[in-house]
Write a protein that binds this ligand. Structure first.
Ligand SMILES: [Zn+2]
Length: 354
C-alpha cells in the first residue's frame, strides 16, 4: 500500500493505476442514514488496490489517500500526473433528495447531456468551496454556476475514447458480475478529472440515499463485490490496451478502400488521418442503416469491437471543425486517428503531425 505525494521511481514497464477515494477528512461527501460516502469509498478503494497488488504483477497502485484525510481535488489530479499514471479511477457514491434512485454510473470528463448529470458533477465539485483559494486554483470556476460548465464543451479531451471504453468495462462488470443496476456510462464536468493527463473516470458505485443500496454499500460483502468488479474492469482494460497497441485488424471490406487514404499526403513520411468515431459495437452494424443518416460511414474492427467513423481528413483542424455538426446527430462522437491504417492515440497523432 502506498501513497506517493509526488514523483517516485517505478518498476520498469509497470502500468500505474491511481485509485482515488473521493472526499475524506473534513469533507464527508454524501451522507446516508447510517454511513458516510468518505468511509464507503475509502473501503472500496483499498480493496480494489489490494486485488491489483495481489493479482497483477506489472501494475502499481497509487492511492490519493489511504486514511480519513482531506485531499484537494486539483491535488488528486497532480498525484496522477506527476506519477505518469496510465489510468485514474475516482471512486464515489451518489445521493439524491429522492430515496428511490439506485444503481451505478461511470463518468468520463465532458459536457453533461442531462440536468441530472450536471447535478452529479455540481455536487461532487462543490467540495472545492471548502478548499482555500479555490477560485484561483480552479481558474475562477464556480461549481454552482451552470454557465461555468460551458468550458467543458470547448475542451478536446484526447483521452475521451479510452476513458469511455474503461467506463463501459466498469459498468459491464457492475451489471454482470456484481449484479448492480446499470445506469450507464455518462459524461459531465468533474473538476477532479479536469487536469488529468491519462484516461480517467469517476465511478458512482451506488446511491447512499437509497436505504437498500446504502445497506449494500456499507456491507463488507457489497464492498467486496464492487471492488472486485472495478478490479476486473481495470485488468480487462489494461490487457486490451496492451493488445491494441500490438495487433490491429481491419475488416476485409474496408482494407480495399483504405488504400486511397494512404496516398493522399506525400509530404509526411507517415500518413496520419483523423476521423470521427460515432459508435462502437461488439456486433457489426449495417453501414447503410438509418442510424447513420446521410453520412458516409467507415467500419473498423479493432480488437473485438467494431468502430464506425464519419468524415476523414489529414488535417486535425478540419476534422475538429466538423465535430460540432456530427455531435448534433451523435452526441458521443469523438475524434480518433490512424497512422498508415493503424489506429494510434490522438495524442501521438497530434505530436507526429506537428
Ligand atoms: Zn463524491
Amino acid at each position: 500500500m502506498s501513497f506517493y505525494d509526488g514523483k517516485k521511481p517505478h518498476k520498469k514497464n509497470a502500468r500505474i493505476v491511481v485509485i482515488d477515494a473521493g472526499h475524506g477528512g473534513k469533507d464527508s461527501g454524501a451522507m446516508g442514514r447510517i454511513g458516510k460516502e468518505k468511509d464507503i469509498v475509502l473501503a472500496i478503494s483499498l480493496k480494489v488496490g489490494k486485488y491489483i497488488e495481489e493479482n497483477l504483477d506489472n501494475v502499481e497502485v497509487i492511492y490519493t489517500r489511504t486514511t480519513d484525510t482531506f485531499v484537494e481535488l486539483h491535488k488528486r489530479a497532480e498525484i496522477a500526473n506527476s506519477n505518469k499514471a496510465d489510468l485514474f479511477v475516482s471512486i464515489h457514491v451518489n445521493s439524491n433528495r429522492n430515496i428511490k434512485p439506485y444503481g451505478t454510473e461511470t463518468y468520463a470528463m465532458g459536457l453533461h447531456k442531462t440536468k441530472g448529470n450536471l447535478d452529479v458533477a455540481k455536487k461532487e465539485n462543490s467540495v472545492i468551496m471548502i478548499e482555500e483559494d479555490y477560485s484561483k486554483k480552479y481558474e475562477g470556476f464556480d461549481p454552482n454556476s451552470t454557465e461555468s460548465y460551458i468550458i467543458f464543451s470547448l475542451m478536446q479531451n484526447v483521452y475521451l475514447e479510452q476513458s469511455l471504453d474503461f467506463a463501459s468495462h466498469v459498468q459491464d462488470q457492475f451489471e454482470n458480475k456484481a449484479k448492480r443496476y446499470n445506469r450507464g456510462v455518462k459524461q459531465a464536468g468533474f473538476l477532479v478529472l479536469w487536469k488529468t493527463t491519462m484516461p480517467s473516470v469517476l465511478i458512482e458505485a451506488g446511491f447512499i440515499s437509497n436505504p437498500n443500496e446504502e445497506k449494500f454499500l456499507m456491507s463488507e460483502n457489497g464492498q467486496d463485490y464492487l471492488a472486485s468488479a472495478i478490479y476486473r474492469a481495470i485488468k480487462d482494460y489494461l490487457l486490451k490496451q496492451e493488445s491494441l497497441t500490438q495487433n490491429f485488424t481491419e475488416s476485409d471490406s474496408i482494407k480495399k478502400r483504405e488504400v486511397s487514404i494512404n496516398t493522399n499526403d506525400n509530404k509526411n513520411e507517415s500518413n496520419i488521418i483523423f476521423c470521427i468515431q460515432v459508435i462502437s459495437s461488439s456486433k457489426p452494424i449495417d453501414k447503410s442503416s438509418e442510424y447513420f443518416g446521410d453520412y458516409e460511414v467507415k467500419e473498423y474492427l479493432i480488437g473485438n469491437s467494431y468502430k464506425y467513423t464519419v468524415k476523414e481528413n489529414s488535417s486535425y483542424e478540419i476534422i475538429q471543425s466538423n465535430l460540432a455538426e456530427v455531435r448534433e446527430k451523435f452526441p458521443d462522437a469523438f475524434i480518433i486517428s490512424f497512422e498508415n491504417g493503424k489506429k494510434i492515440s490522438l495524442k501521438k497523432a497530434l505530436k507526429k503531425n506537428n
